[in-house]
Ligand binder design. Structure first.
Ligand code: BGC
Length: 239
């Protein structure tokens, strides 16, 4: 039986992704659309690109918008990898005005975590779960017994990416292992989930990761933000 189909959008520093998501199955029900993030990545340009994806996919109903920033009560509070004019912007409300439908605005790593908790690597896991997304920036999602503690910015604990220093996987994993050790000492999680764009290489680097905490690969990898955004939209409708 087909479930509720909602649009999930995931804005990143380099691309904007969108897909129709069957929120009852926890999976995309259309091909993933991806466009380059406009430059400059101002609210006007980014939200117009989102509205365009909405039109192309012929979506209806509520929309979830995952965004790479702290999103507090509907307002973007930071802008690490997007234009600084996002700070203070009610991104969800602005997109809702453009497309005429309700929009839930959520941090991208929080959205990815919602997807993993609802239908992925953390489904049914109790206790403390930390999802980390490694991509243009490092995002984090913190969950207690499946409930999100929003807007943790654990990626801003000092950590340098792989690309800028051309690290090979062993070099990168040595850094990630130090980082996981620090997070472990601070949060004592029951599970780490590794997500984001690196996930497709998990077979190469996963065996090199070390932690006293269980480590799992994100199930939804590059689609987690899109799926989780749609979950956020579905949840908002139920409230
Ligand atoms: C931002 C986070 C975001 C992460 C992943 C970081 O630079 O501060 O809010 O979740 O990038 O996009």
């Amino acid at each position: 039986m087909a479930g509720r189909i909602l649009l999930g959008l995931d804005v990143g520093g380099s691309s904007i992704k969108g897909a129709l998501v069957d929120v009852d199955r926890g999976a995309t029900s259309s091909a993933l659309r991806s466009v380059a993030t406009p430059s400059p990545s101002t609210p006007e340009q980014v939200l117009e690109a989102c509205a365009q994806i909405d039109r192309e996919l012929g979506a209806s109903g509520a929309v979830g918008l995952a965004f790479p920033a702290v999103v507090q009560r509907g307002i973007a509070r930071t802008a690490a990898n997007v234009d600084k004019s996002w700070i203070g912007c009610a991104g969800g409300e602005r997109l809702a005005q453009l497309i005429g439908r309700p929009v839930s605005f959520i941090n991208d790593a929080d959205a990815a975590g919602l997807a993993e908790v609802a239908a992925g690597a953390a489904s049914g896991v109790r206790g403390v779960v930390i999802l980390l997304t490694f991509g243009t920036g490092i995002g984090s999602g913190l969950f207690l017994d499946g409930e999100l503690v929003p807007n943790t910015e654990l990626g801003h604990l000092e950590f340098h990416g792989r690309d800028e220093e051309h690290l090979d996987w062993p070099g990168w994993c040595a850094r990630v292992n130090d980082y996981l050790a620090r997070l472990h000492a601070l949060f004592w999680p029951d599970l780490f989930i590794i997500g984001g764009s690196v996930t497709e290489h998990f077979d190469q680097f996963g065996p090199l990761l070390r932690s006293p905490t269980l480590i799992r690969r994100a199930t939804h990898a590059g689609q987690a933000g899109v799926i989780g955004a749609a979950f956020a939209a579905a949840r908002a409708q139920q409230r």
